[in-house]
Write a protein that binds this ligand. Structure first.
Ligand code: PEP
Length: 241
């Protein structure tokens, strides 16, 4: 069984004072047999990497450009994130797919850029409510995953299944639906790719244990509940029960 990965996505939240988070989190979790990742806004990566130094908490970016450098005002490359202290990068989050028109082809190019920089991509996929209600969820999400995976995908890729309608809404996919989708994704992974399959979408301390004990759920990508160290610590502790 893969070691679980509990990842926090701070989105566009957080400024310097939030760095107490790392002391608070470490105080609550002590030694746990789980991989922990925090993805702060790009402005905080270097400070978070310093705050998390000498802990087991990894730091990641929330997005990157497909190119390594050049005339792309406002963008950040995977190599720059690495330079700032990141070891993972989230790519293809549904908020980026929706707000910035990112297709799976773009997400794949970003994931390849992340791998080329020596970092690990966390590739997000998920269906809309309309796609779920029309019975298309599994086909859409499997296609999205296959179209977003790098050609040279290796065991250095993580996949996050995040139903779009469950993100930030307090609505969680049923355990049956999560189980079914994770089994479908696991079966569809190309041979030679052994990505961990995370679930994301309103994961909270009170539902984490039920979700994280499901077969083929190798971790969680947590938005809102990763902003408070005590909530995030409780999710981490629930992942090892
Ligand atoms: C996310 O941002 O990836 C996410 C899952 O958010 P939340 O946990 O707030 O639904």
């Amino acid at each position: 069984m893969a070691r679980k990965l509990i990842a926090g996505n701070w989105k566009m939240n957080g400024q310097g004072p939030q760095l107490d988070f790392f002391d608070d989190l470490v105080n609550e979790i002590a030694e746990v047999d789980v991989d922990i990742l925090i993805c702060p806004p790009a402005t905080l990566i270097e400070r978070c990497a310093r705050a998390a130094d000498s802990t087991l908490i990894a730091i990641g970016g929330q997005d990157c450009h497909v190119n390594e450098k050049g005339a792309h005002t406002g963008d950040v490359s995977a190599g720059m994130l690495k330079d700032a202290g990141a070891s993972f990068v989230i790519v293809g989050h549904s908020e980026r797919r929706a707000d910035h028109g990112e297709t799976s082809a773009i997400v794949k190019a970003k994931a390849e850029a992340v791998l080329a920089s020596g970092l690990t991509p966390v590739i997000c996929v998920g269906e809309t409510l309309a796609e779920r209600e029309s019975g298309e969820a599994e086909r859409v999400v499997v296609e999205q995953m296959l179209a977003s995976l790098p050609d040279e995908a290796s065991d250095r890729c993580e996949i996050a299944y995040e139903p779009v309608w469950a993100i930030g809404t307090g609505k969680v996919a049923s355990t049956d639906d999560i189980l079914q989708m994770h089994s479908a994704l696991n079966n569809a992974l190309p041979s030679g790719v052994s990505a961990r399959l995370l679930y994301g979408g309103s994961v909270k301390p009170d539902n984490a244990a039920a979700i994280l004990s499901l077969h083929h759920v190798d971790g969680a990508l947590v938005g809102g509940a990763s902003l408070k160290a005590s909530d995030f610590a409780s999710i981490i502790k629930n992942s090892i029960r």
